[in-house]
Design a protein around this ligand. Structure first.
Ligand SMILES: NC(=O)c1ccc[n+]([C@@H]2O[C@H](COP(=O)([O-])OP(=O)(O)OC[C@H]3O[C@@H](n4cnc5c(N)ncnc54)[C@H](OP(=O)(O)O)[C@@H]3O)[C@@H](O)[C@H]2O)c1
Length: 242
């Protein structure tokens, strides 16, 4: 018997990386998983592997109407986990403001849209697990927009945890440090990409890398714990402890 038997879990960004690992873990624990992303084929492949009623749904989380239709189609939502996103690096006078807006559109407002439409379908005992990042607590060079999103998600996590507590819905966030083995898209290449990876490894006290399964472990904890809400769990190998 799985810990999530009978639960419906919506996971955004489930086509690869952290979201995929979380979807696989929820499925292995018996949840009926709805895998959300833009590339339907890989969502369908993952859903077929996971089984147990898992299905892929092609949705751009930055498009509110698509998110509304996704949730409308579900009888209820027991677990909502939002990992859809990408990263934009660059100095403030280099990155055009439109790039920050675009980043916020999917990575921040995508999470808001999912929560907005899912909450009415959540009953007592449901869990929301958001995704932020360490950049609001630790300096990551040329990443002001990412830091802003991390801070915004973390602040929203605490506020929503209190707002939704009377309905016994828990809200927490996972804050990844440097996680390898994902498809994360960022606007760095060549030496800049190599420098970023070197700096991130040097900033991580633990002498090994973080993997999507490390986030899946933490997501599973947050999905099943009864009394944890309003928390941001740094899954960062100690980066924010330095
Ligand atoms: N890896 C890290 O070190 C790290 C650190 C801090 C924070 N994060 C955050 O963690 C989350 C997961 O990242 P990851 O590293 O696992 O990267 P990933 O493998 O690229 O996963 C992100 C997923 O989000 C989906 N996605 C992107 N934009 C979307 C949109 N508008 N609508 C729907 N789906 C969308 C992508 O699939 P499609 O392209 O098919 O839509 C992709 O499968 C992201 O928000 C990322 O910013 C990652």
């Amino acid at each position: 018997m799985g810990q999530l038997d009978g639960k419906i879990a919506v996971v955004t960004g489930a086509g690869s990386g952290i979201g995929l690992a979380v979807a696989e873990r929820y499925g292995a624990e018996g949840a009926e998983v709805v895998l959300v992303g833009r590339q339907k084929e890989r969502l369908d492949e993952a859903a077929a592997r996971i089984g147990g009623g898992a299905r892929g749904v092609s949705v751009d989380v930055g498009e509110e109407e698509q998110v509304r239709l996704l949730i409308e189609d579900l009888p209820r939502v027991d677990i909502l986990s939002t990992f859809a996103g990408k990263a934009v690096f660059g100095a403030i006078d280099e990155v055009p403001p439109s790039a920050w807006k675009d980043l916020f559109h999917s990575r921040f407002f995508g999470q808001i849209s999912a929560i907005h439409y899912a909450v009415p379908k959540m009953s007592e005992g449901s869990a929301i697990i958001l995704c932020s990042g360490i950049a609001d607590k630790a300096y990551v060079p040329d990443y002001a927009g990412g830091a802003a999103i991390a801070g915004a998600v973390n602040a929203m996590t605490k506020s929503l945890a209190v707002e939704l507590a009377p309905r016994s819905i828990r809200v927490n966030a996972l804050s990844p440090g440097f996680i390898i083995g994902t498809d994360i898209k960022f606007n760095l290449d060549g030496d800049k990409a190599i420098d970023f990876v070197k700096r991130s490894i040097a900033s991580t006290p633990l002498p090994y890398h973080g993997h999507p399964t490390d986030l899946a472990d933490a997501a599973m904890f947050l999905a099943t714990s009864n009394f944890v809400t309003g928390q941001v769990i740094e899954v960062d190998g100690g980066w924010t402890a330095t």
